[in-house]
Structure formats: C-alpha cells, structure tokens
Ligand binder design. Structure first.
Ligand SMILES: [Zn+2]
Length: 66
C-alpha cells in the first residue's frame, strides 16, 4: 500500500512524495515512518491512518474506527 489517509483530516501520505517538511525522503514506505511521525495537517498519530483507496466502493465511511 503506497498511500495512507489520515483518519481525522483529508491528508494523504503518498510514498512517492514522502513528507519533505518532516525530513521524510521520497519513497519511504508508511510502515517505515518514525514512530513519532504525526500527520502534518492535524497532528494525528500513525495509528489513525488507514490504507487509502483511490476508488471507494462503499459510501459508508466510519470516521472514528478503533
Ligand atoms: Zn490529519
């Protein structure tokens, strides 16, 4: 999975782009991000992220899934 979306905001971590503002190099898999890495938009921790699917088949979307 190359893209992960924040569970609280619209931010999507894209492996291709990395996160330059936080010294994450391009090509860094989400799994290898530092534990202290948080969403650059809202500060959510890594465990709030979910695999991002470009084509959502279901309209139903749980916003606060544990
Ligand atoms: Zn976020």
């Amino acid at each position: 999975m190359d893209k992960w979306q924040c569970g609280r905001c619209e931010y999507v971590y894209d492996r291709q782009e990395g996160d330059p503002e936080n010294d994450i190099e391009q090509g860094t898999p989400f799994e290898e991000l530092p534990k202290q890495w948080v969403c650059p938009e809202c500060g959510s921790k890594k465990n709030r992220f979910k695999p991002y699917e470009e084509e959502r088949e279901t309209e139903y979307y749980k916003e606060d899934e544990e």
